[in-house]
Design a binder for this molecule. Structure first.
Ligand SMILES: [Zn+2]
Length: 329
């Protein structure tokens, strides 16, 4: 049995990885794909620790000498290559990896090569790695992590088993973040879990870095520009979004919650979830129900489009036009 500790959700993936180790049928090349914040590095670390652990029962046992070394992946049979660093992927460096891979493991039964941020690997580097994947030494395991597997060459992908990570549901994310950030205000955690659609890492990063505050301030400015029908301000804000996809995505989620709140208030409800106060929501509440529903529809559509990795610039332009139209322009 493999222990994944507090790694939340992704049950099928965990089960699959667990079975690979139990049945000793670990693929020689694997690609872990998932958006930033979903825990690719964390789950890979659990997997590698379990793979190398000497205990036969629950792995990683966290107590054996191997587990002590793999805690931070500092084991003589584990090599980490950061794809975002060109030097680590020079042709010479890959040649060294290749010759190293044919030297039998120092201590473990496997030799593991971790290529983090594999999205950043140039085609030339990928082709050089492909040579290693074509005829790997039997004890070698090559693991790649990326946000989008389409950035890897089809020839590399065809030699690897793909693993995809997904966000968890909002409730699960909220509970997990509470444990990670015990001092954070619970209502901020709830909002972050909702806004980042269950991406625990992205929510935690945003709360810790102060980005979360920036997100709220930006959303409030967009909300004001929109309800004041201030086209100039709206365009100015959307120009900033061009280079900040995460900010845009977060704002769309917050605005969607704000519109939901405005509808709630309109129909006599009192419980709001967006985090804006009643005064801030007042201009939205002044819109007709029909306008609010149209806004909600556009925001949800934009949210769905973002997940489909669209032409981002076009999406922002369309977003502004449709939002103005929904508000009555
Ligand atoms: Zn162990």
């Amino acid at each position: 049995m493999v222990r994944f500790d507090e790694f939340v959700g992704n049950e099928k993936l965990k089960d699959r990885l667990s079975k690979m180790i139990e049945r000793k049928s670990v693929p020689q090349a694997m690609v872990f794909e998932g958006k930033q914040g979903l825990g690719k590095r964390t789950i890979v670390t659990h997997f590698v620790r379990a793979l190398l652990c000497r205990d036969s029962n629950v792995r990683p046992c966290t107590a054996c000498p191997t587990c002590a070394k793999t805690k931070n992946l500092a084991h003589p049979d584990v090599t980490i290559i950061d794809g975002s660093q060109a030097k680590a992927l020079s042709i010479d460096a890959i040649r060294n990896i290749r010759s190293d891979s044919f030297v039998v493991p120092n201590e473990a039964d496997y030799k593991v090569y971790l290529f983090f941020n594999a999205d950043s690997m140039q085609e030339e580097a990928q082709n050089a790695i492909l040579k290693i994947l074509e005829e790997p030494a039997p004890y070698c395991v090559f693991i790649f992590t990326c946000e989008n597997r389409s950035s890897l060459l089809p020839t590399v992908l065809s030699r690897a088993v793909s693993m995809e990570l997904f966000p968890v549901d909002v409730f699960e994310a909220t509970e997990a973040i509470k444990k990670i950030l015990p001092d954070e205000q619970v209502n901020n955690i709830e909002k972050a879990a909702e806004i980042f659609c269950g991406n625990i890492g992205a929510a935690v990063d945003s709360l810790c870095s102060g980005e979360f505050t920036k997100l709220y301030e930006t959303s409030l400015r967009v909300l004001k520009a929109l309800t004041a029908l201030d086209e100039f301000e709206l365009l100015r804000e959307s120009a900033n979004f061009e280079s900040e996809k995460e900010l845009f995505s977060g704002c769309v989620s917050i605005l969607s919650l704000a519109v939901r709140d405005a509808l709630t208030l309109k129909f006599g409800g009192t419980r709001t979830v967006s985090g804006f106060d009643i005064d801030e929501l007042a201009p939205l509440k002044a819109l007709t129900s029909q306008q609010l529903l149209a806004l909600k529809f556009e925001l949800d559509e934009t949210k769905a489009s973002l997940l489909r990795n669209p032409n981002f610039t076009l999406l922002i332009t369309r977003f502004c036009a449709r939002m103005r139209k929904a508000c009555g322009r």
